[in-house]
Design a protein around this ligand. Structure first.
Ligand code: BG6
Length: 460
């Protein structure tokens, strides 16, 4: 029995990031502009011009990852770095950067996982074509994606198309899809989502047909929605919210069809999501080798707060409630390792595909005193509890899990460009408005990862 409880030898442990949160170098070697490059700093945030300068310091970041026994690093290719304005000429210097980065990973025994889109729409496509509202952007994205797989398939075996793909089914879509014009109607939201699904379907079919040894996965931000009470109304609306936000995507990835409940809503409410003749055929080609997700927290819904005509994918905008039973992070996010186990087990039970949590972590306020390692016990506890929960899903519930990737394990600016919210096991010495020396300094959790992953996580 003990032997059976050992972690698989080929299990992936590692780190996960996006390009704008790491690379910097926003205007060199022929990079064109993305929507991030023009966002100004504010009193509480930085701009995106430097991030942690990984473009130049990737060796400095890969070394501590190797020392922590990581064998996977999930990166994003920046579309605007490798294709001029998203639909122009390919940029050999931009592609050469990813060649260097990927080769340096492989030289350290670190497998790359590549994500093609993590919200950084090329500026021109946002301004001129309204991002993923337009089918022109869909075509440009598919062209870019195919070229990347053609170039990197010999070295990159794990691919993600959209980061947190279900966010395109929430009002976040208007921030992350390059949407610059419109009234943010439900029609527009469902159109953006539908277009991103067409991208996923075409690329997954291309990958699967041409590179059968390469794995491609769907990826969602899995934030489970709990009912605020056991009142049937709360339970019903929480389930419906989960169906729209989470399961609709998993059903699409595994069957090429929208959830019946979502389809029925679209029909009954005459939502115009630009579903055209031929789209059914495109979606039918969908392929997924694994189901990936990010997990930070769970959330809670109070059905009494919902207005009668609230669309199900917007329930959380109106009905979010504080969960009295979970501890919170410095940013008020629920800490819920059992929710993590529940998702892993649920996904495997329902879809029978390997499950891959590729983002997990805790944002904390930390300041280095210039001498001593930061004592981030809260982070150690967070990762330990979540890894234990994952192992329970594997060994007690029978789920197949490919790996566990932490988010931002070398400090990076948070999604709101606030450097004060840190996820790293390694401190990066900068603040929002002072780049200092960008020195990398291991925290206590670095030594913890190093110790527990030396035996493949068996002793956690
Ligand atoms: C994920 C995003 O939602 O969460 C990342 O993919 C983000 O880009 C991460 O950084 C953590 O969120 P935040 O807001 O704490 O940075």
């Amino acid at each position: 029995i003990l032997d059976k409880q050992k972690m698989p030898r080929d299990f992936f442990w590692g780190n996960s990031v996006s390009s704008m949160q790491t690379e910097g170098a926003y205007d060199i070697d022929g990079k064109s502009k993305s929507v991030y490059d023009v966002r100004p700093a504010t009193a509480t945030s930085t701009n995106w011009h430097v991030a942690i300068d990984e473009y130049h310091r990737y060796e400095e970041d890969l070394d501590p990852m190797q020392k922590m026994h990581f064998n996977m690093y999930r990166i994003q290719i920046s579309w605007s770095r490798v294709v001029k304005d998203g639909d122009g000429e390919f940029n050999p210097a931009g592609i050469a950067f990813y060649d260097r980065l990927i080769n340096a990973m492989l030289a350290r025994g670190i497998q790359p996982m590549v994500c093609l889109y993590h919200f950084d729409m090329p500026l021109k496509l946002a301004k001129e074509d309204n991002g993923f509202m337009s089918r022109k952007t869909v075509a440009a994205f598919v062209r870019y994606g195919k070229a990347m797989i053609d170039h990197f398939a010999d070295r990159v075996k794990y691919w993600i198309v959209f980061n947190e793909h279900n966010l395109y089914f929430t009002d976040e879509a208007f921030n992350i899809a390059g949407y610059t014009k419109g009234d943010k109607s439900l029609d527009d939201l469902y159109t953006i989502f539908h277009h991103t699904m067409l991208c996923y379907a075409q690329l997954s079919a291309y990958f699967h047909t041409n590179y059968p040894d390469v794995k491609i996965g769907g990826m969602i931000a899995y934030t489970p929605v709990y009912p605020a009470t056991s009142k049937p109304n709360d339970v019903f609306y929480a389930r419906k919210s989960n169906e729209f936000l989470n399961e609709n995507l998993n059903k699409l990835y595994t069957s090429g069809k929208y959830s019946t409940e979502v389809q029925t809503y679209i029909k009954n409410h005459q939502v115009n999501n630009d579903y055209q003749d031929g789209d059914e055929k495109i979606l039918a080609q969908i392929h997924a080798d694994f189901l990936a997700f990010s997990y930070y927290r769970s959330t809670t819904l109070n059905a009494d707060k919902l207005s009668p005509d609230c669309a199900p994918n917007r329930y959380l905008n109106e009905g979010m409630e504080v969960n009295r039973f979970t501890p919170k992070t410095d940013w008020g996010w629920d800490i819920d390792p059992l929710g993590f186990r529940n998702i892993i087990t649920h996904l495997y039970n329902c879809y029978h595909l390997p499950v891959f949590p590729i983002e997990n972590g805790i944002g904390c306020r930390e300041e280095w005193d210039g001498q001593h390692p930061i004592e981030d016990d809260q982070r150690i506890k967070y990762h330990r509890d979540h890894i234990r929960a994952m192992k329970a899903a594997m060994f007690k519930d029978g789920a197949q899990v490919l790996g566990y990737l932490g988010w931002g394990l070398i400090d990076i600016p948070s999604s709101h460009a606030d450097v004060n919210k840190r996820y790293g096991a390694v401190y990066v010495n900068r603040t929002n408005h002072d780049l200092k020396d960008l020195k990398r300094v291991p925290k206590k959790s670095f030594y913890w990862f190093q110790k527990v992953l030396a035996d493949n996580g068996d002793l956690i």
